[in-house]
Design a protein around this ligand. Structure first.
Ligand SMILES: C[S@@+](CC[C@H](N)C(=O)[O-])C[C@H]1O[C@@H](n2cnc3c(N)ncnc32)[C@H](O)[C@@H]1O
Length: 130
């Protein structure tokens, strides 16, 4: 899958097609198919959710950023970690159901660990505390 011509309308069609996926497995296979062109496609939409999320966390965060490990749930290709890195965060663990999205996140070199997990079906693969 890809929004071949990479126009606003073609990307919108890709996103609308996601609504055909009903189960978690179907949603994750949709993202497996979209992973290759995801970053390029969302750029066409001026997708600003990753920077909004990073700025929002940053503005409420008072601890030492360099010493903090950020758990990026549904990390996708790593767009949120890229924004948080610019704001001084440096350690990230990513979780996503899509292996193809995790491969893209791995290529960023930002994550110290990446875990595959189908949320809603499996427990979050992280240890709490410490
Ligand atoms: C819209 S993307 C957002 C990715 C990234 N946070 C961003 O802002 O670009 C949604 C992500 O959630 C993942 N996802 C959707 N449903 C999931 C589920 N049930 N379990 C694990 N991951 C899931 C998809 O694989 C995809 O990477």
């Amino acid at each position: 899958m890809s929004a071949n011509s990479n126009t606003f309308d073609s990307v919108k069609a890709v996103i609308l097609s996601a609504h055909k996926s009903t189960t978690s497995e179907e949603k994750v296979s949709f993202y497996n198919r979209w992973a290759e062109t995801y970053d390029r496609d969302v750029a066409v939409l001026d997708y600003c959710a990753p920077s909004l999320a990073a700025n929002s966390i940053s503005s409420h965060f008072n601890a030492v950023r360099e010493a903090t490990v950020v758990l990026d749930v549904a990390c996708g290709t790593g767009l949120v970690a890229k924004q948080m890195k610019k704001l001084g965060f440096g350690h990230f663990v990513g979780v996503d159901g899509s292996e193809a999205m995790l491969d893209k996140a791995r290529e960023t070199g930002l994550y110290q660990d990446l875990k595959q997990c189908l949320l809603g079906e499996e427990p979050l693969p992280v240890q709490w505390g410490n």
